[in-house]
Design a protein around this ligand. Structure first.
Ligand code: NAP
Length: 495
């Protein structure tokens, strides 16, 4: 049922609304700041860990950086003149979020070590339970729980038999020495490529276990000079100029073209990756092993200025034979060879379909999110699920993901959410969520569009659902901006 928009408030404006933000990563910090700025001061941020930072807290592997330019991968309202590089390292990004949270007075609002285990909509409000047995009640829940936060541990036989050190890339064990050791890396995603490049000169031998070759686009990562940083400090508009230029270039040259597999721009990107491979990998046998058999950008494009150099070092070894099992001294591949190792890193990605789970979320009808999402997660415009009123997700299912700034995505989404909140604050309704009809219409259109994207052009990736259909936002990024600018209130059920 779609409730038609009404301009007549049902009741008096409400200035007593309470919010709970789940997660103190990039989008949770954003939510807290934006709530404060909008005049909503009654909120709590629950964070399961003992520090903020989300993905930038959890991923500390050697070489970690963001492959989105730093002046774009920053909050629009908090430019940072001190970024060290065009693509700054992870620790610097983490420090940036810490600094912003302090500067905007939201750090003290974060309750650390409190994992939200259950949220239930009861008697018109959300009742929250946390891992320490505490409860809380709020009018709104903002689930800022992230996308890439449940490590995927591969189903490889003998994981427990390996006597060396073994850990996932997102759980890097800094107590394990790698210098002078024989280190193996499983996977060739963005994480693995950064790890290989950073480690190869520190270890005795580096073995990369590749199941699927990756297209690599070369990027340069110059450091900002002190003069440039001083210029940014003095003239913040210079940072805005970079930001606008990068945003436009990412939108026109990338995000907007990925959704049309026939776009000529995709061929340009493909050709540049191909030239990178042909020109920079000398040994023909290695070059063939590194040559993907699908189109560039079908998987998330890897950006690296040094991976091909790294994998051609004398102490680097690329293994393309499948992994049979782990044994106490290393990895046995299907050709019977044993690759002896001291350390094995599983750079094997994340379980992306979980979203807000394992938290148990119970909606208005009594159904849980697990039941509603039994065939896969969905949300109207990635934000709202029918029958889960006043519960909004940032970077939720079917939203834009890819080689651009998830900060911009979250900022646009939060602007949209605030307009939904305004419906309740103004007294127009008490409860608001996407209508079933709008949700189904959006999902049908999304599914149809997904088939035409480059992600559906014949490769395996974390963008695909169990049926092989891309789950990411399949429309242009310009359309996303447009959709986020103003909710179509007719698509929302309001009570
Ligand atoms: P990923 O892209 O999902 O890559 C996982 C890798 O592990 C793939 O190469 C996969 O092979 C391999 N793999 C998985 N299970 C395996 C098995 N059983 N045996 C052998 N290989 C196996 O994960 P990720 O590299 O951690 O990156 C995830 C996402 O995080 C990225 O796409 C990106 O969105 C984000 N990220 C961003 C940055 C950045 O700079 N902004 C850096 C790191 C990560 P197949 O390809 O054959 O499946």
């Amino acid at each position: 049922m779609t409730t038609e928009p009404t301009s007549t408030p049902a009741a008096a404006p409400r200035n007593d609304l309470r919010f709970i933000v789940i997660g103190a990563g990039m989008s949770g910090i954003l939510s807290a700041i934006k709530l404060k700025q909008a005049g909503f001061d009654d909120f709590a941020v629950y964070e399961k860990a003992d520090r903020l930072g989300g993905t930038w807290r959890e991923n500390t592997y050697p070489g970690i950086a963001c492959d989105v330019p730093s002046h774009f991968y920053s909050y629009s309202f908090a430019p940072n003149p001190d970024w060290s590089h065009r693509f700054s390292p992870g620790a610097e990004i983490h420090a940036y979020f810490e600094a912003v949270a302090h500067r905007y007075g939201v750090h003290e609002r974060i309750q650390f070590g409190k994992e939200v285990t259950r949220c239930a909509f009861e008697d018109g409000r959300w009742r929250i339970e946390t891992s320490d047995g505490a409860t809380d009640v709020a009018d709104f829940v903002i689930a800022a729980t992230g996308v890439l936060h449940h490590p995927a541990i591969p189903d490889i036989e003998g994981l427990d038999d390996f006597e060396g050190a073994l850990f996932h890339s997102a759980r890097w064990d800094h107590d394990v020495p790698v210098a002078g050791k024989r280190v193996g890396v499983v996977g060739t995603g963005s994480s693995a490529i950064q790890i290989v490049s950073a480690l190869v000169d520190r270890v005795e031998e580096l073995t990369l276990f590749q199941r699927t070759a990756q297209w690599i686009t070369p990027i340069e990562n110059p450091a900002y000079s002190d003069t440039e940083k001083a210029e940014f400090q003095e003239h913040p508009e210079a940072m805005q100029t970079i930001r606008d230029a990068v945003a436009r270039a990412f939108t026109d040259g990338f995000a907007n073209v990925l959704v049309d597999a026939d776009s000529p721009m995709l061929q340009v990107i493909h050709d540049s990756c191909l030239a990178n491979l042909e020109n920079n990998v000398k040994d023909p046998e290695l070059r063939e092993k590194l040559r993907p058999d699908y189109r560039a950008t079908c998987k998330r494009l890897i950006m690296s200025e040094d991976f091909y150099d790294a994998i051609q070092r004398p102490n680097a070894k690329l293994v393309t034979e499948g992994i049979e099992r782990l044994e106490k001294s290393g990895v046995r591949t299907r050709d019977g060879r044993l690759h002896e190792l001291d350390v094995l890193v599983l750079a094997t990605g994340f379980r992306v379909e979980d979203f807000v789970r394992p938290m148990r979320v119970i909606g208005r009808s009594g159904a849980s999110m697990d039941e509603v999402w039994k065939d896969g997660p969905f949300a109207h415009l990635a934000i709202s699920v029918p029958d889960f009123p006043n519960f909004f997700m940032l970077n939720g299912p079917n939203g834009p993901v890819g080689n651009f700034s998830l900060i911009e995505v979250a900022e646009l989404q939060f602007g949209y959410i605030l307009q939904l909140v305004e419906q309740v604050r103004s007294g127009a309704c008490d409860e608001i969520c996407a209508s079933q009809e709008a949700m189904q219409r959006f999902d049908a259109e999304r599914r149809e569009a997904a088939k035409k994207t480059i992600w559906a052009s014949g490769c395996k990736s974390w963008y695909l659902d169990a049926d092989g259909l891309p789950t990411a936002w399949p429309f242009t990024f310009d359309r996303f901006r447009e959709e986020m600018s103003k909710p179509q209130l007719g698509d929302f059920e309001r009570r």
